[in-house]
Design a protein around this ligand. Structure first.
Ligand SMILES: O=C(O)c1cc(C(=O)O)c2c(n1)C(=O)C(=O)c1cc(C(=O)O)[nH]c1-2
Length: 614
């Protein structure tokens, strides 16, 4: 069908993650290690919005743009634009979530249509980590947007918002949550076959996480699977759903919590989703248990901090793997699941590779959920000695927590110093890419530690339910080294770093590897960088107008390859600049650690598109 044909075409960028497997790899190869140094700016576009610009645009070829008409004062209709077919870029912004459809074949990159949602600006106050949005989805000839206020809207890709019954109205829209209870939306929707999947954010407000499948044609809710609660609502089968090869048993989403705490227990789903069409399974991760104060919620807090495999058609859970049982550090498990086959111990596996906030990179068998590799991807990680890989051990599959970095003891809060990584992890939402030619994963990382002080609080719907005060700092501060990031290449079979490039700041931008042997990423100071995928050698850099927290993409139109990235500093790392905060422990503890970013860049959303000179 239309979607699967487009997904195979490297000239388009059809899914927010590049493809269903979340590889974020482009098979285009006009731009190579030899010529990437010659890249120049081809065109730029200001989004008109100031705060953090995450995600990336979509590129869809051969979109039919319908005729446009208007009526004069006598009621006579005339044509203002003839119907035409062109390649279109769909660009989104953070709140207010404006959507632009830009004509890629027009020399002026004219705006074909624009959508400006009407949303209550109050929603920005309940977004934990800047008013970000991670992008749009395409399917069934439609563009899907998950607005900050949790409204999911669908447009005709060609006609846009004016395709609806009234001007600036979508084809259909549904409410996926309720901001008055702390629900927001920051994740990109994902279309798999005939369904559009959306998650929910609000783990810092005690929101009970869920993932929901809607019919692409009508917006009808088809299934919803919660992260916590009774089996009927998690869609877990106590006998058939497995955790590390064993059935999970009855109501596992309730009985690892005290009383009714699972109702406000978090496990939100604000990351990326992937899909294996052969297995018909959807993969994603759930976030932190609420509150951040661990002594207030005894138990493993299942299924927060978990990798999920659900059947696309029914939502039923095939397997789960909880990475950080009873989280004490806010290590949300939502980062992308990369579906890339790996040969481990001589056996070819349908693998899933995941770089978790907790600092471990996991390789699992995505058919069965078997744990194959779990190793630290930053040497600074100290909260756990290792993940227990002994299948006969009682603690099999669990991180072995180092007592001194536990933020509670005997049910009491402990002010804990020097925990690595910080709450924003060795990697946050910024997605990695996978290059099959070198069998390397290219990973944007943080190199940050924290002091974590839990405090007691009670739940009030729609109010912050954080329960800890943090302060973050560079992992090597004691050695006088203030860098807070690195861009690394990872071997997921051995669980080893192959090369690592130090970065002054956390790399909060998504990577793109290409068949030209070049890998791209952005930096918080504002650079777009290109490195040799094999060696990490820097081949190109260009400073864009603002810090980059967007994800790099590549596309081809009229026979030419382009590389595009959004700049616009913000997100959790850039929250000091984005929200104008200055106290070091503001912005959930991130402000102080990134204060010097103000010496390099300032706010403003701009898309920059690069190409080789003619
Ligand atoms: O628990 C949640 O629901 C939730 C939501 C979000 C979000 O929606 O952006 C983030 C986080 N948690 C979070 O823990 C986090 O580190 C984070 C970073 C960012 C960002 O965009 O830079 N968002 C979020």
């Amino acid at each position: 069908d239309d979607l699967s044909i487009r997904l195979k075409d490297p000239k388009q960028w059809v899914s927010p993650t590049g493809d269903d497997a979340n590889l974020r790899h482009s098979a285009l190869k006009q731009i190579t290690t030899e010529n990437v140094g010659k890249l120049v700016i081809d065109w730029q576009f200001s989004t008109g919005v100031l705060r953090g610009h995450e995600g990336a645009p979509l590129v869809i070829h051969n979109v039919q743009i319908p005729e446009q008409t208007a009526t004069d004062k006598n009621g006579k209709s005339f044509v203002t634009r003839k119907a035409f077919t062109t390649d279109v870029m769909y660009l989104h912004t953070p709140f207010p979530n404006t959507v632009y459809a830009l004509d890629l074949k027009d020399p002026d990159h004219k705006i074909i249509w624009k959508y400006q949602p009407e949303q209550d600006a109050q929603v920005v106050a309940i977004m934990c980590c800047d008013s970000v949005n991670r992008g749009l989805a395409y399917g069934d000839g439609k563009i899907f947007l998950a607005q900050a206020d949790t409204t999911l809207v669908a447009f005709d890709a060609g006609a846009g918002a004016i395709g609806g019954p009234k001007r600036n109205e979508p084809l259909w829209s549904v409410k996926n949550g309720d901001p008055s209870k702390g629900h927001t939306s920051t994740a990109a929707p994902h279309v798999f076959k005939d369904k559009v999947l959306v998650g929910i954010a609000g783990g810092e407000f005690g929101v009970r996480g869920h993932i929901t499948a809607y019919d692409v044609k009508t917006g009808k809710l088809l299934w919803r699977g919660y992260s916590t609660g009774p089996d009927a609502e998690t869609l877990i089968d106590p006998e058939k759903t497995t955790h590390l090869g064993k059935p999970v048993g009855k109501d596992s989403g309730i009985n690892t919590w005290e009383g009714e705490q699972w109702r406000t227990g978090g496990g939100t789903t604000w990351g990326w989703y992937s899909y294996d069409p052969e297995l018909n399974l959807v993969y994603y991760g759930s976030g932190n248990p609420s509150t951040w104060n661990p002594s207030q919620r005894p138990g493993d807090n299942r299924w927060s901090m978990t990798i999920w495999a659900r059947d696309l058609d029914t939502g039923k859970v095939k397997w789960v793997y909880q990475m950080t049982p009873h989280d004490e550090w806010d290590y949300d498990g939502v980062n992308e699941m990369i579906l890339a086959d790996q040969t481990i111990g001589g056996v070819k596996r349908k693998a899933l590779v995941h770089f978790d906030r907790n600092g471990f990179a996991y390789t699992l068998d995505r058919v069965s959920g078997e744990l194959l590799v779990a190793e630290k991807f930053d040497p600074a990680v100290n909260w756990a000695a290792k993940v227990d890989m002994d299948k006969n051990s009682k603690t099999y599959g669990r991180p072995l927590v180092v007592d001194k970095y536990s933020t509670q003891h005997n049910g009491e809060d402990v002010n804990t110093e020097g925990v690595c990584p910080a709450a924003l992890g060795v990697k946050d939402q910024q997605p990695a890419s996978y290059d099959a030619a070198t069998d390397l994963f290219l990973v944007p990382t943080n190199h940050v530690c924290m002091d974590y002080e839990p405090f007691r609080l009670s739940y009030t719907a729609g109010q912050p339910y954080v329960g800890a005060t943090l302060e973050m700092f560079p992992a090597d501060r004691d050695k006088g080294d203030m860098h807070t990031g690195a861009f690394i290449a990872w071997d997921a079979k051995a669980g080893k770093i192959v090369w690592s490039n130090k970065e002054a700041f956390s790399v909060w931008s998504g990577a793109l590897s290409t068949d030209g042997g070049v890998t791209f990423y952005g930096t918080l100071e504002g650079y777009l960088k290109a490195v040799d995928t094999k060696t990490g050698k820097e081949l190109f850099k260009h400073k864009t107008p603002s810090g980059v927290i967007g994800n790099v993409i590549s596309y081809e139109t009229s026979g030419k390859q382009y590389v595009a990235v959004l700049s616009g500093v913000g997100g959790w790392a850039g929250i000091g600049l984005a929200a104008g905060l200055s106290k070091s422990n503001e912005g959930l503890g991130a402000v102080g650690n990134y204060a010097s970013l103000a010496n390099y860049t300032a706010l403003g959303g701009v898309l920059t598109v690069f190409s080789l000179p003619n």
